[in-house]
Design a protein around this ligand. Structure first.
Ligand code: NAG
Ligand code: NAG
Ligand code: NAG
Ligand code: NAG
Length: 349
């Protein structure tokens, strides 16, 4: 938040930066700004630095080459750990590109023109300290091969990936965040099943027609909105007992596709089923806190979906309930609802 405050003070929100949630965008923006106002050239004491980049002497293990119209990866000195190459026009990466900088920890290459055919098969393999690899907003049609097992945060959003090969993430035992939103994925197959550390999986805005069958067991957040999913397997949430946030908005879910009690599991905190075709409120656990059902075709307010037996000791933990854009109105809200939904801070009908 300190960074946001700085941005606000500097009046930079006008540039739209405040809308980005990615702290690295802010950080690199601040650094590039610092440079514009006359940072000393890096090579004075920080070590060598390619001409087209900026290597702040105060932070000699980082090189900032973002937004410079680059078409190739520049020479990367061996001391580098944080390499910012995003927002250029780099179309390919040769196998040797990072041969002298195998200690890279963060590699930011989002917003370039990378195609899968132009990435050497072993570009990333030797980067055995790599933790963050950002390749979003490129032209990739597959997950790059031979990714190092050290990666924790892999972002491949806004590419054109349609298939996830079975071995695409093999051995990535530390992978915690995997962002695949805005691609063309139809099937996940077994590619994700053995990722023991994965807690956040975002495959929203793809072409999935069903919920992937083999998902890692430690997931906390599963984002599947804006696909074409029409059904939910009965045991899907029971197998994923750590899940807290499930987003299925903007799919094709109907009542027929939701087995009774599919969503009545105690771990869930937030469930987003908005913009589907539900006619009933599915039963949910009394532990659920946020439920989004707006823009469905729900015709009745069934209090039994929240509390089977309403009495002073039995009540729902719902804080936020959205039912606007359905076929009910506030007159359908049963008088007993006040007891069951006593913790609700906001109910939109
Ligand atoms: C790596 O270092 C060697 C020896 O200094 C040099 O010849 C080579 O060009 C460097 N490779 C890259 C990609 O910069
Ligand atoms: C995306 O991939 C499909 C084939 O899977 C191809 O037909 C299409 O042209 C690609 N789109 C872009 C923008 O590269
Ligand atoms: C949810 O499941 C529990 C038992 O697991 C059951 O007692 C409760 O009635 C169910 N809730 C709803 C709304 O069906
Ligand atoms: C709470 O409701 C459940 C059914 O959902 C019922 O079996 C149980 O007896 C109720 N508990 C209390 C304390 O009323």
């Amino acid at each position: 938040m300190r960074i946001l405050a700085l941005l606000l003070l500097a009046g930079l929100c006008d540039l739209g930066l405040c809308r980005t949630r990615d702290p690295f965008v802010w950080l690199s923006y601040l650094r590039s700004r610092y440079r514009t106002y006359g940072a000393p050239p890096a090579d004075l004491n920080g070590g060598d630095c390619p001409l087209e980049c900026d290597c702040p002497p105060s932070y000699p293990v980082a090189m900032y080459c973002n937004g410079r119209g680059l078409q190739h990866v520049p020479y990367v000195p061996s001391r580098m750990k944080y390499v910012y190459l995003q927002n250029n026009q780099i179309g390919g990466i040769q196998d040797e590109a990072f041969e002298n900088a195998t200690g890279i920890v963060w590699l930011m290459m989002h917003q370039n023109l990378l195609t899968s055919d132009q990435i050497g098969p072993n570009v990333f393999a030797k980067l055995t300290s790599l933790e963050r690899l950002y390749l979003g907003n490129n032209l990739l049609d597959r997950v790059p091969p031979n990714l190092p097992a050290s990666i924790r945060d892999l972002r491949l959003t806004s590419n054109n990936i349609s298939d996830l090969e079975e071995g695409a993430f093999r051995g990535m035992d530390d992978l915690t965040v995997l962002q695949l939103h805005d691609n063309s994925i139809e099937e996940v197959g077994g590619a994700l099943k053995s990722l023991p550390s994965l807690t956040l999986l975002d495959i929203s805005n793809n072409r999935l027609r069903k919920i992937p069958g083999l998902l890692p067991e430690r997931l906390h957040q599963l984002y599947l909105e804006s696909n074409s999913i029409d059904a939910v397997p009965a045991d899907f949430l029971r197998k994923l007992s750590q899940l807290q946030f499930v987003r299925l908005a903007n799919n094709k879910l109907t009542d027929g596709g939701i087995p009774s009690n599919a969503f009545n599991v105690t771990g869930l905190i937030e469930l987003d089923l908005s913009y589907n075709k539900l006619e009933r409120i599915p039963p949910v656990s009394t532990k659920l806190q946020n439920l989004y059902l707006q823009a469905n075709q729900i015709k009745e307010f069934s209090l039994g979906s929240f509390c089977k037996v309403t009495d002073i000791r039995n009540y729902s933990n719902l804080r936020v309930l959205r039912l606007d854009g359905n076929e009910i109105n506030s007159g359908d809200f049963p008088p007993e609802a006040g007891l069951c939904l006593r913790l609700a801070r906001s109910i939109d009908i």
